[in-house]
Write a protein that binds this ligand. Structure first.
Ligand code: SF4
Length: 352
């Protein structure tokens, strides 16, 4: 469930030109393409503005420098890029700037520079809060860096997003949960979580080809994410995205791992399957089931190609399942009609 109104983003992808070493999983070309010039950034913004959706007037509009670690590139380059955005901020065509970077590239001087040029949102690649996982991923920083930087960003009133990964070497479900516990304590404004993929040219490709790394199967990634998302929702931490954006570069360089362009929806469908299963385990009657949910949740209940409904029919020997769409029901709720009336379940209860 996305519970925050996300800004409209014009993304500008930068390669990892400032990173001293390459992280195990990083294929900067797959993730970012070639280095743009500041002028091309301005041209890109001008060309992108008319293409924003019709509701743009009411929504916050952000320029986002993604891909590499923005604050690890040379200071002059950072300033050049930020300067190109200033006329759009002054004219009101753009409301704010976001950058993504690594936890150990945000010293006080850098934060002052970002404030000065109107950066509002900083996404920090934390990946894991387990030092052994970070070491194996060749991140070059430890969990303490993330703790320190989040508190400094919050003190300076930046909006803070954290990026996490699952399925890195040395990662386990228990370690993912430890990571979530520590991240929840940090109270970020939002999270992004994506599974580890093997990309062409990333150091991880060598390990994978040598049989020393096995990517997580998609079904396992969905199970981890399902439990993680419910835990986060119970902690009121917003999840902005699950899974990487399906860019053409990613599709070109993807080799292995749990990639799906609609991963978030698969996770939501898995949550709804658990909710429906819980209701039918307790209240299944006479070979039929009538569920009710918000209209926007029907596809989550059905699952891709109706696979949730087919599984429920088989597991509970139900011949017919119908779904009532009810606008007044809150998202995240599922109702089931019984002889005694309607019973319901909230997705948050799966975490208890
Ligand atoms: S910090 Fe980010 S951009 Fe730099 S090498 Fe690691 S994953 Fe790539």
């Amino acid at each position: 469930m996305k519970d925050r109104m996300a800004p409209l983003i014009i993304p500008i992808f930068l390669p990892a030109i400032g990173c001293r070493e390459r992280c195990l999983f990083c294929n900067q070309k797959a993730l970012a393409g070639e280095l743009p010039s500041p002028l091309s950034v301005r041209n890109f913004i001008e060309a992108s503005l008319p293409a924003l959706p019709s509701e743009a007037k009411e929504r916050e509009k952000q320029i986002a420098f993604y891909g590499g670690s923005f604050t690890a590139i040379h200071r002059d380059n950072q300033v050049s890029y930020l300067k190109e955005v200033q006329p759009f901020l002054v004219s009101g065509l753009i409301d704010s700037i976001r950058i993504s970077t690594r936890p150990d590239a945000l010293d006080e001087e850098t934060l002052s520079l970002l404030k000065q040029y109107g950066v509002k949102t900083i996404e920090v690649g934390v990946q894991s809060m387990i030092d052994e996982v970070l070491l194996l991923a060749r991140r070059g920083h430890c969990a303490a860096h993330a703790v320190d930087v989040v508190s400094r960003l919050k003190n300076k009133n930046f909006e803070v997003g954290l990026q996490l990964m699952i399925g890195l070497p040395g990662d386990t479900l228990d370690r993912f949960f430890q990571t979530l516990d520590r991240v929840i304590e940090l109270k970020p404004d939002f999270l992004r979580i994506h599974p580890t993929l093997v990309l062409k040219g990333a150091p991880l490709e060598d390990l994978w080809r040598a049989g020393e790394y096995s990517p997580m199967p998609l079904i396992e990634a969905i199970q981890w994410l399902k439990k993680g998302i419910v835990k986060l929702e119970n902690s009121s931490v917003s999840v902005a995205r699950i899974g990487l954006q399906p860019t053409k570069e990613l599709q070109r360089d993807y080799l292995a791992g749990p990639y799906h362009p609609a991963l978030h929806q698969l996770v939501d469908s898995a949550i709804f399957l658990d909710m429906a299963t819980s209701l039918l385990q307790r209240f299944q009657e006479n070979g039929q089931a009538i569920f009710s949910c918000h209209p926007k949740e029907v596809s989550n209940l059905r699952g891709q190609k109706n696979e949730n409904l087919l599984k429920l029919k088989k597991d509970f020997n139900v011949s017919e399942i119908s779904i009532e769409e009810r606008q007044e029901l809150p998202k995240g709720f599922l109702g089931l009609q019984t002889r005694e009336g309607e019973v319901s379940i909230d997705r948050k209860s799966l975490g208890s």
